[in-house]
Design a protein around this ligand. Structure first.
Ligand code: CAO
Length: 500
């Protein structure tokens, strides 16, 4: 008891010392205040410091103390984050796969007997999940639940309580029709973040179903892709689906961080139109520049073709301030990818002139300075092409790199699949699958020094149903048997027929 009192006396002593220091600081502050008018408006430093510390603590800055474990051995960035993954097709699965790569436990909910529709789409190996599915659902677990079955609803509600984030990309209204409205989810678990991909944000098209190319068209990409005298083009990169999935992942991680401070979840929406527009941002830049005159870096300017009232398609023109174009290389007559992207970056112009055998261009008034070159880009690139055609794309790359000239070989998917350096970095990974054998997938494109990604195969349909029911949700053996009988996790006859 006495010991305790003694201990209690210490803080009192400390407190009186603190108060004395405070009053000294107050007096000092007053003295300073009398001298300078500027400082009178500020709070005394003594009060500001604890406030800053408090703010820092709220933001999670400075806590906990730096781990003593070696880098790469302190777990993964999203360890402990549980994702209720209600996604299908591509946009949503891209997002949750990225979160899984970062260490989140992603529980993918699929319809019994059927699963994500992509399991059966574009199948290359009979009876095995398609590459479409396997390449978008690595590092996840699969549970089958019929969300319209009463017992299934009960399991889903347990999952809502158990997880941190629900991610979905159903058609507008589908989640609500399952009874999982934001209000209901928030009531069940106020900490849950509900993240959605939709085709459009609020507005005239909000109820529309959207696929990749619809988003590319509605987001401004298609109207600005292709050649001026041809139709709009969609791009091979899935900027609508995978691009939006990436945006959603960023929103989710930000919401998780904000939750550290607020303690509550929030809704996160990434609309595909918005995601594509974000990636086509430079074209909205050009739209506004049009008001002030022609876009001089577009080859159309040099060709004397007048601009209309909206951004035109610019073929292979560079989207930035350094003109570029795709040029033929040795073998182009038979190899569809014997091309190189060549950028006439201003600081290395003289090196380019020497390489292509045009040293006189270094001082010629029509070529020496970037503005003089703009009206002659077509001719300039045709001249450079005479040189690139004498070399393979890799020889062009090697020669130009020695002079710091930015060029890029047009790599085929075959070349990428075989590229050793991409295998070495884990960007292209070979995984083994029980039904299809070995397949290639794209690993985590983001490399972190303290969160190392190990890519694992995609799950079979319902592979982890019982494991999740028992270990995560605490259902007993008898309860799981009853769930099986209810049809909540097993296919109905109709489902079986569809899946066959
Ligand atoms: N148990 C029972 N029912 C389930 C279920 C489960 N586990 N999972 C899904 N369903 C049901 C949904 O409840 C929905 O039923 P209702 O329409 O009766 O409410 C039904 O399956 C179909 O969902 P959907 O409308 O989302 O699917 P779809 O194939 O008709 O449309 C898509 C696909 C992609 C066009 C649409 O989901 C969409 O627009 N999503 C948002 C935008 C998006 O992500 N697009 C990118 C797709 S990736 O290329």
């Amino acid at each position: 008891m006495a010991k305790k009192q003694k201990k209690a006396a210490k803080p009192a002593k400390k407190a009186s010392k603190k108060a004395a220091a405070k009053s000294v600081r107050k007096i000092a502050a007053k003295k300073v205040a009398r001298k300078t008018t500027k400082l009178t408006a500020r709070r005394p430093a003594a009060k500001a410091a604890p406030k800053a510390a408090k703010r820092a603590a709220r933001n999670g800055i400075g806590t906990p103390r730096p781990s003593a474990r070696p880098y790469g051995q302190a777990g993964k960035a999203l360890d402990g984050v549980r994702i209720l993954d209600f996604t299908h097709v591509q946009s949503g699965p891209t997002c949750t796969q990225l979160l899984a790569f970062m260490g989140a436990d992603v529980i993918k909910v699929e319809r019994p007997g059927v699963g994500d529709i992509t399991r059966g789409q574009l199948r290359d190996v009979k009876g095995a999940d398609s590459l479409y599915f396997t390449m978008l659902n690595g590092n996840k677990r699969s549970i089958t639940i019929d969300s319209k079955n009463p017992k299934g609803k009960e399991i889903l509600e347990r999952l809502v309580k158990h997880c941190d984030v629900l991610v979905e990309n159903f058609a507008p209204g589908a989640l609500d029709r399952m009874g999982l409205t934001w209000e209901h989810i928030h009531k069940l678990n106020p900490r849950m973040i509900v993240a959605s991909v939709k085709g459009f944000g609020p507005g005239p098209y909000e109820d529309c179903k959207v696929y990749e190319n619809v988003a590319q068209c509605a987001g401004g990409s298609a109207s600005t892709t292709g050649f001026r005298d041809g139709p709009p083009l969609v791009t091979g990169a899935q900027i609508g689906d995978s691009g939006t999935g990436l945006h959603l992942a960023f929103g989710i991680v930000s919401a998780l961080y904000q939750r550290v401070r607020t303690g509550r979840g929030q809704r996160v929406l990434a609309a595909m139109q918005d995601g594509v527009l974000n990636l086509a941002r430079v074209k909205l830049r050009d739209q506004q520049r049009l008001k002030h005159g022609p876009l001089t870096e577009y080859s159309q300017y040099g060709e004397g073709v007048p601009f209309g009232d909206s951004v035109p398609r610019a073929g292979n023109d560079s989207g930035g301030g350094q003109p570029g174009w795709i040029l033929k290389c040795k073998g182009w007559e038979t190899d569809p990818n014997a091309y190189v992207y060549f950028i006439t970056q201003a600081p290395v112009w003289e090196a380019i002139c020497d390489l292509i055998g045009k040293p006189e261009w270094k001082t010629h008034p029509d070529y020496a300075k970037p503005p003089a070159r703009l009206p002659r880009l077509k001719h300039i690139f045709a001249t450079i092409e005479q040189w690139t055609m004498t070399k393979t794309k890799f020889e062009v790359m090697e020669t130009c790199n020695k002079h710091d000239i930015p060029v890029g070989p047009i790599l085929s998917m075959k070349e990428i699949a075989e590229e050793k350096s991409l295998r070495d970095t884990g960007t292209v990974v070979e995984v083994d699958h029980p039904a299809r054998g070995k397949y290639l997938t794209v690993g985590n494109p983001v490399k972190m020094s303290d969160s190392i990604t190990e890519v694992t195969r995609s799950p079979l349909l319902g592979e982890h149903t019982e494991e999740i029911l028992a270990k995560e949700l605490g259902y007993s053996k008898a309860e799981i048997e009853a769930i099986k009988q209810s049809g909540a996790i097993t296919p109905e006859e109709k489902g079986r027929a569809e899946a066959a």
